[in-house]
Write a new protein. Structure first.
Length: 593
């Protein structure tokens, strides 16, 4: 370009214009950079329950899912997102498969395998779950020290000073985006666990706690994006002093400020948008349990001139059942696998007969009554309470191994003996059977309280209510008349030793610690014992878990032949026997053999 046709003054003006244009052109990249889009990926696991290896140590067969497939899925995403991927876990990782029992109670001086898994997979944050509290301070305090990512629990508070026992939240900065993760735990821990397990701690109600910490991360930390990581189901469950067990939906509605809430505890899949009180939509995701799914959120944040202008959020529940196993991870943990397998393969004794939990729902069963008999023998109690802890579990006749003991007794509950009156025993059983059986009006009715909608629910499995609250009793003979209304079904005939059952007499009753602490409300709502009075009723607490004592007793006996006790039955039998056959087929898809 030439300027010789312009007058000097015009040349000067043009020169200024060119300089201005050059400056403007020089700032264009900077101006364009003021519009910035950041893509994030958040992956959540929840209620893993020791499903680390692609092998079921209880049933001794391959497993779908597990952390070794999840790690493949996560690493593939890390290749795309790098540091813009956050991997978070929602608790209940310390209890479940024998992998956990091995670390918590057998090889206690080694680093907990759950901590090593979390560290290997490079989790960014974790919330504590109720089953992580259950093993007691010695286990979970050690695990917290060993895990390299922050363990969150904003509503887990020290009694003495009101300060958080765990970190309330964690802050992550990714590509200039400040992300806050707030952790909360279901506050109804005291409904299930004895205070000695969580000595010095309180669990505060979730809504008010969430409001406090959302305000903190929004106004003080100036977080761009706020994530909830809640070990609490969607809604419902128990209520303790106004605090709800499952409060995720309530928090999403009543506490503005969350962008996404990842949750768990209820072992159900959820993917739902919930409108909060500000009229904004909050994504809530729950991948269910046992490491067969992950909750996966894709987030796109657009900034203009440094200000966050737009959030695009999408959430999926992704199955990892068929994902490739991470071979490098598998090799890394092979020595642990070998030691755990050797432990569960150890012979304990010999069963002359096969036992199955299927029978527990329809009357006396060899499976449940064997536990009853051992509880009575070990404790010296008068009466035993026990419920099926698995929907469909079987121990075949033959050699019994340590793996079978995890079928016989699924959880690490302790053994309690409580003083209860005959009236309280009756009330306890009435409450149990009211949840268990239907009130039959005609022979064609169901015997059991079933619910087709719960078939995929890992805890209800086709029932209306939780089967682990279906307590039967041993030490007494009784009938359950399913034609009677609720609260009037149970008729206790006598003590099983032939002595009369006395409604005002005090009996020693053996049960697991979950029940003895008020779990399931059978003692409180049914027997009518106030929650605060339960501790005063406990006359014995076993130092170790029930499975330990059951194992010891089977080892002592050597050869055993578990048999049904025939101390109780459903009546009238001309209705209940055909109804039981129909319900059996509906639940298990086949005729009873």
């Amino acid at each position: 370009m030439t300027f010789r046709n312009f007058a000097p003054s015009k040349q000067i003006n043009m020169k200024k214009a060119l300089i201005l244009g050059a400056l403007l052109f020089g700032t264009l990249p900077h101006t364009m950079a003021q519009t910035k889009t950041v893509n994030l990926r958040i992956v959540e696991t929840s209620d893993v329950h020791g499903y680390f290896f692609p092998y079921d140590f209880v049933n001794r067969k391959p497993l779908e899912g597990t952390l070794m497939r999840i790690n493949t899925y996560v690493n593939n995403l890390r290749n795309q997102y790098g540091e813009n991927l956050l991997l978070i876990d929602n608790g209940d990782i310390l209890q479940g498969q024998p992998t956990c029992y091995w670390s918590n109670y057998v090889m206690t001086t080694d680093q907990n395998i759950a901590a090593r898994m979390v560290n290997y997979m490079r989790y960014d944050a974790e919330t504590i779950g109720n089953h992580d509290v259950e093993p007691g301070h010695a286990v979970y305090d050690k695990w917290i020290r060993e895990v390299r990512c922050p363990i969150l629990g904003a509503n887990v508070v020290e009694k003495e000073n009101g300060q958080p026992y765990l970190k309330p939240y964690a802050i992550f900065v990714r590509d200039g985006v400040k992300i806050a993760v707030i952790g909360l735990l279901t506050p109804t821990i005291p409904c299930w666990l004895n205070e000695s397990v969580y000595e010095g701690l309180e669990f505060h109600e979730m809504v008010s706690c969430a409001k406090k910490w959302v305000k903190q991360v929004r106004e003080v930390e100036h977080a761009d994006f706020v994530i909830g990581l809640f070990h609490s189901g969607k809604e419902g469950g128990l209520v303790l002093n106004g605090a709800e067990e499952d409060a995720t939906a309530r928090v999403a509605r009543e506490v503005p400020g969350f962008d996404i809430i990842f949750f768990g505890h209820d072992h159900q899949v959820h993917n739902e948008w919930i409108e909060n009180t500000d009229g904004k939509q909050v994504l809530t995701l729950d991948p269910s349990c046992f490491a067969v799914n992950v909750a996966d959120a894709q987030i796109s944040l657009t900034y203009e001139k440094g200000k966050l202008r737009k959030k695009d959020i999408k959430g999926d529940i992704v199955s990892v059942r068929k994902e490739q196993i991470d071979e490098q991870m598998s090799q890394n943990f092979q020595p642990d696998f070998n030691r755990i397998k050797s432990y569960v393969d150890r012979k304990i004794g010999h069963f002359e007969t096969t036992v199955s939990t299927r029978d527990c729902f329809f009357g006396n069963s060899a499976f449940s009554d064997f536990i009853h008999s051992l509880q009575l023998s070990i404790s010296g109690a008068d009466i035993s309470f026990n419920a099926p802890l698995a929907f469909d579990s079987k121990i075949e006749a033959g050699d019994v191994t340590m793996a079978d003991m995890f079928k016989l007794y699924r959880f690490e509950n302790k053994m309690y003996v409580l003083n209860m009156t005959g009236k309280e025993v009756l009330g306890h059983l009435e409450e149990s059977y009211d949840r268990w059986v239907n009130t039959m009006k005609r022979p064609e009715d169901h015997l059991l309280l079933l619910n087709d909608a719960s078939k995929e629910d890992q805890q209800r499995t086709g029932f209306l209510n939780y089967t682990f609250n279906f307590d039967s009793a041993s030490g007494i003979d009784y009938e359950v008349d399913v034609t009677k209304p609720n609260g009037q079904k149970v008729r206790i005939l006598r003590m099983s030793n032939g002595e009369p059952f006395q409604i005002n007499k005090t009996y020693k009753v053996v049960m697991n610690s979950y029940r003895g602490n008020g779990g399931g409300d059978l003692l409180t709502k049914g027997a009518g014992i106030p929650k605060e009075k339960l501790n005063s009723r406990i006359i014995y607490q076993s130092p170790l878990d029930l499975r330990h004592y059951l194992t010891q007793e089977i080892e002592r006996l050597g050869n055993v032949s578990p048999q049904a006790a025939h101390n109780w039955k459903f009546t009238p039998e001309e209705w209940t026997i055909p109804a039981a056959k129909r319900d059996y087929k509906q639940l298990f898809g086949e005729e009873k053999q």
